[in-house]
Design a protein around this ligand. Sequence first.
Ligand code: PMP
Ligand code: GLN
Length: 379
Amino acid sequence: FQSKLPHVGTTIFTEMSVLANQHNAINLSQGFPEFDTPDFLKSAINQAITDGKNQYAHSTGMPELLEEVGLLIKRQYEFELDPQKTVTITSGATEALWVAIQTIIRQGDEVIVFDPAYDSYEPSVELAGGKCVHIPLHAPDYRVDWEQVKSVINSNTRAIIINSPHNPTGSLLRENDMQILQQLVLDNELFLISDEVYEFITFDGERHESVLRYPDLFERAFVVSSFGKTFHCTGWKLGYCTAPEALSAEFRKIHQYVTFCSFTPAQIGIASMLQNHTEHVSELSSFYQQKRDFLINSLADSRFKLLDSKGTYFLLVDYSDISDLNDREFCHWLTKEIGVAAIPLSPFYQNPEQDKVIRLCFAKSEKTLLEAAEKLCQL
Ligand code: PMP
Ligand code: GLN
């Protein structure tokens, strides 16, 4: 049997969470909240189930949820679009990314990705017949070198995938980046896939530069969002893709044969949550900033060097004063011997950097963060 993905194994998220469970370690590896989704949302979903809303949803998404997403986009980005034609509900951002890639990538196309790159991009591109061209981002600030991007664009380049706020580094694309990006995409008639799953989690007053703030760029873009991050419900796998009408029409042709539709009761519940609790989204950044700052303060006396996290629920820490192990070995050792699981960065690079940097997830209670920090401070 010839594998279609010969280089792919089990994801690093599964590897580290399994190891954390085996060794009863505090799991700051795979990114998911330790706290629960809001009670209002749980009740709304239970109600939908009790009310018998248990059959297929519209393939594009329940109209009331599309409506609420349209209003969310208007509130957040001052951008008006017809959500019934431009927003499609998917089974997580993962499905949205997959379908967007299938929609535009043909045999031999090249797709520019920035390393460290989220792990689902490359396999999705390869299964569509395309090839990723990797541009590395470097510690400590992981800025994009746009001159380097320009130098790799050629007649086979079809798309760029961006991710801001960026997992795993917590860095952000700024207005200046977006302007250069827009010029590149328009001049070269590229497509853009913008992974914005952490769009509502930015710190220190920084504004998230959504593609939805750039109407000309949006004309060639698929913007990917995830309710899992926003409403602390990663296990429901619900997200959406926003794209111009013509691109959405093509996206929907494929989506209908991948999953057809996503879990109906959750769509109804989230629509109600968005309608009744707009403050949940507007308070998310300060909610997570407190956690970030709590972890930073708890690690102040450690020998880790902390990098800047401007968004997401991740913090990078440099362990070069503590160990010579490579990042994967260090994460295994940390899990087994110290009882804290983290994520190495090398699996997200085509050519791993030699940095000694690992990712900690702070979507946890203060008690968990403190227990983890106490262990890390012993090193
Ligand atoms: N993109 C990024 C950058 C992510 O971090 C994640 C999930 N952690 C996803 C996509 C996938 O999101 P979902 O769980 O909604 O499929
Ligand atoms: N996106 C999550 C993270 O970065 C993990 C998602 C997954 O396990 N596939 O940790």
